[in-house]
Design a protein around this ligand. Structure first.
Ligand code: FES
Length: 114
């Protein structure tokens, strides 16, 4: 596992998302109810990216993560798919911490990517 600084917490407003690409890792962070969550940017349905526009990952109400391709819906706090073609599957959560106002993600080595 390797630690990577993503950005300042202030760079992602409440209810906003931000996507990142580090080496071969594509991921996104959601700021929701004061907490930050990081997921691999890979829908469990077809293994493709979720966003419908850059940095846009949430549904209309901003309460769930939504895949832009077939509209699967995922719980922001744990990535579980609660509706759509991959219901019961989950996004891959990535360990995220906040250190001195910076978001730090812990990524596995690229060789372990699926
Ligand atoms: S690719 Fe995401 S729901 Fe089909």
């Amino acid at each position: 596992m390797t630690l990577h600084a993503l950005c300042a917490t202030s760079a992602i407003g409440e209810g906003q998302c931000k996507q990142f690409e580090i080496d071969d890792h594509k991921l996104f962070v959601v700021h929701y109810h004061g907490q930050f969550y990081a997921y691999r940017n890979r829908c469990p349905h077809l293994g493709i990216e979720l966003q419908w526009q850059p940095d846009q990952f949430l549904d209309y109400d901003g309460e769930l993560i939504q895949c832009s391709t077939h509209n699967a819906l995922f719980v922001i706090e744990d990535g579980e798919c609660v509706a759509g073609p991959c219901r019961g599957a989950a996004l891959e959560s990535l360990p995220l911490t906040v250190t001195k106002g910076e978001l730090i993600v812990n990524l596995p080595p690229p060789a372990t990517l699926r």
